[in-house]
Write a protein that binds this ligand. Sequence first.
Ligand SMILES: [Zn+2]
Length: 390
Amino acid sequence: MADLAAPTRLETRRGALRLPVFLPDATRAVVRAVDSLDLRRVGVEALVVNTFHLMRAPGARLVKSAGGVHDFMGWDGPVISDSGGFQVYSLIRQNPAAGTIRANEVIFREPQTGEKVLLTPQKAIQLQFQLGSDVVMCLDDCTSAEDDEAAQAQSVERTVRWAAKCKAEFEKLAASSRAGRPLLFAVVQGGGSERLRRQCAADLTALGFDGYGYGGWPIAPDGSLLADAMELVARSVPAGTPLHALGVGRPDHVVRAARLGYTIFDCALPTRDARHQRLYAFLPGQEHGPFDAERKFYDVVYMLDQKHANDFTPIDPTCDALCCTRYSRAYLRHLFKIEDASALRLATLHNLRFYTRLIEGLRRSGPHPNPLPGGEGIQPRPLGEAAAGG
Ligand SMILES: [Zn+2]
């Protein structure tokens, strides 16, 4: 019988990663305002780096000559790299003159220099090997939720075709890798179409990957999580497979996605919020979980509010990070007001500690089903059905 539980470990060449796990975005080989030792102290176990940004600066070749991204940034834990697709697509969407998306490649022009940057499925994998990533991501064709069904169908066709090319390149490079075999994840696209999501998941599953990511922006215009589409993807990949909820997200969204069977999360939100004076605090008695996505379990404290000016209590009295064990709301507010760099560091570490505690709470409540039993008739298609033309 298939193992219905979501996995609790991901074996990487840099050791086992306990699941679920939250990865801060070290987009340009740094989590802004903090360093690698800081990250360890607040319980961060793995990072996400961005292939597109690193290929632009300082360049994948330079990172490789430093011994890989781990040596470059002094980080010894597992690193997941994204393919770069999402960023380059976002830039081209914002400014269509910035590049072209073709059947087999993405061309981007540097706005300042006009220099051409080419991304192909093979190149996306080569770059991630140069970075020394432990979990490599296939280049996918990202769409917007507003795109029509024909655009989504084209995205699925490309995503699957590119994933096959990525896998072939990955196997070639992994066979000669002296650092051990990284893992390869594929991203399931299909927008809001149930049929396309299932088809994409089935076709990718037939190719076979170490894990799968939910592709596309996971948040609806009203700010809610696209839980139905995420659940559909979770049910459409083999049970027990690691599922990466790319870009998720808000604390209650992480809890919700974990309930659906997702075990890997990364998002810029906690670090970006920290730099914008928004700090998370568990509501009293909620810090150990179990968390309920439908019930409020945390507050966002806006540090510049006047009410904190004379408040000599910590942001969250249950937080064991530097900001809360040593400093008060009044002091952190003062640091923000005078724009001292230490405010960014203390706030970032605080929010990351909130997320590692959130994850600790999720781990305590045990693995969630993957997929959930007793669903509403959504059944994964048999392997190979779509590949056989079904
Ligand atoms: Zn704190």
